[in-house]
Design a protein. Structure first.
Length: 474
């Protein structure tokens, strides 16, 4: 694997530009740095059929020079580092380099001492272009030409090799080290949504050649294939419903929401759990949600209030305005557990328990729901097993609103029928949290937050406290 030249930490002008969390990382004992990577990347061509089994064989094709950037979040004190680096393929779907996996799971990653690296692997994040969801247009070279003007991306055909070379640079201990000179023992790859589509192509086509990453978290893929090669190189499409290949030498954990199964068609790519594959389908979760767009950016992981549903139809007023309150379900808690489970698995621990699939029916399939509107089956958490609202992955309107799902709070009569006393609600919520911890889909510190919120929620205290106290800000 070619190693890129590493420049940095970059001092200025300005600061690293990436959409992730919004608090000063020093508040949680972390440091932020940015580096530029310069090298020559390869494109790939298939050397055989690209079948649905994902067992693809590819060969190196054209080469092109590149210069991109990576953003690094790491413990300021090397004694807190747990030896694992998560390399996230930054998502460009909205027209900006974003790290949704860090945003969703950062509280758990910080608690456990992970380092995180976000890589600008795609051209749109560096140079600009037509975004899949044109919310904004903020490529690096436009946002801060003085800082990023020297960057150059040759096109997404070369993105896979850029991602490989980033992983190789993270592993390199020699100066300049991109992870504070820490001893890196494991490197995990993650990608959400469009980045997950590309990560599937990377796993099936490139991993066996590069062998850089020790495990993969594929988050919210659909039956949508990211091309192996595209213009201006020769276009090589891949089948979107391809499975993760079953002959891998490293683990893959795929996490899917309700939206991913239905709207994005992942049901067509479903595959059984295997020696190195696990699938988690999360009940009550949407492709994106209120936590990722509203609350997560400032969550320090210490306030039980983060559990309360956020009732907003406009998570980004003026840019994202929907007809109904968007999903405020439990996805971020399950994402945290997924990173912990994958890290434990890669370390040689036991693989995650096999999880039930979401219940589907019909053609095209729809989620089977209970009498209160919540999904049946799938990965279960207290907000869906002891609910105060219906959380779905469905909404009408624009594409971006459709992927944000909905939150529909129960009325007072329904809440009273379900939980005639506050003690009944708290007791049921506590039991549900314990079940989720035993199943490995909820981490103990997050279960503690959930239980603390339940105790102060007011649910069941109909005569003394208004039910609306159970919900977060509107």
């Amino acid at each position: 694997m070619p190693l890129p030249a590493v420049e940095g930490p970059i001092a200025g002008p300005g600061a690293p530009f990436v959409q992730t969390t919004a608090f000063d990382l020093s508040e949680v004992g972390y440091a932020e740095e940015e580096f530029f990577l310069t090298g020559t990347a390869r494109a790939y061509a298939n050397a055989g059929p690209l079948g649905l089994d994902g067992r693809w064989t590819v060969v190196p094709g054209a080469t092109a020079p590149y210069r991109t950037r990576i953003v690094v979040y790491r413990p300021a004190d090397r004694r807190r580092f747990n030896g694992t680096v998560v390399v996230e393929w930054l998502n460009v779907s909205a027209g900006i380099d974003a790290g949704p996996d860090w945003t969703l799971a950062h509280t758990a990653l910080v608690r456990a001492g992970f380092a995180w690296v976000g890589v600008s692997a795609q051209r749109l994040g560096v140079e600009g272009g037509q975004a899949l969801l044109p919310v904004v247009s903020l490529p690096l070279k436009t946002v801060n030409p003085a800082r990023y003007g020297s960057l150059s991306h040759p096109g997404d055909s070369f993105s896979y090799d850029i991602f490989s070379q980033t992983g190789a640079a993270v592993r390199r201990a020699s100066s300049p080290s991109v992870v504070g000179g820490f001893r890196v023992e494991r490197v995990l790859a993650s990608g959400d949504s469009q980045s997950a589509f590309r990560l599937v192509t990377y796993i099936d086509a490139v991993h066996s050649l590069a062998r850089v990453y020790d495990g993969y978290l594929v988050h919210s893929r659909g039956a949508i294939g990211a091309p192996l090669s595209e213009a201006p190189e020769a276009a090589i499409a891949v089948p979107g419903a391809a499975r993760i290949r079953d002959d891998l030498d490293v683990p893959v954990l795929t996490l899917e929401t309700e939206t991913d199964l239905t709207l994005l068609g992942y049901f067509a790519a479903r595959q059984p759990d295997a020696k190195r594959f696990r699938l988690w389908e999360v009940a009550g979760a949407a492709h994106a949600d209120a936590y990722s767009l509203v609350a997560g950016a400032r969550d320090l992981g210490t306030s039980p209030g983060i559990v309360a549903p956020i009732l907003t139809a406009s998570p980004v007023p003026g840019l994202i305005d929907c007809m109904r309150p968007v999903n405020s379900g439990p996805q971020h808690f399950v994402m945290s557990a997924a990173f912990a489970a994958l890290d434990r698995w890669v370390r040689g621990g036991r693989p995650p328990r096999r999880a039930a699939r979401l219940a589907l029916r019909g053609s095209p399939p729809a989620i089977v729901r209970d009498a209160h509107g919540n999904a049946r089956g799938g990965v279960r958490t207290p907000p869906v097993d002891v609910p105060i609202a219906a959380f779905t992955g469905e909404q009408d309107g624009s594409l971006i609103c459709r992927i944000l799902g909905t939150t529909t709070p129960f009325d007072a009569a329904t809440l009273h029928a379900l939980y005639p006393t506050h003690r009944a609600f708290v007791s049921a919520f506590r039991r549900a949290a314990a079940r989720a911890v035993r199943r490995g889909v909820l981490l103990p510190p997050d279960a503690k937050l959930l239980r603390a919120w339940a105790r102060t929620s007011g649910v069941g205290e109909r005569a003394r406290r208004p039910v609306r106290a159970a919900c977060g800000p509107t």
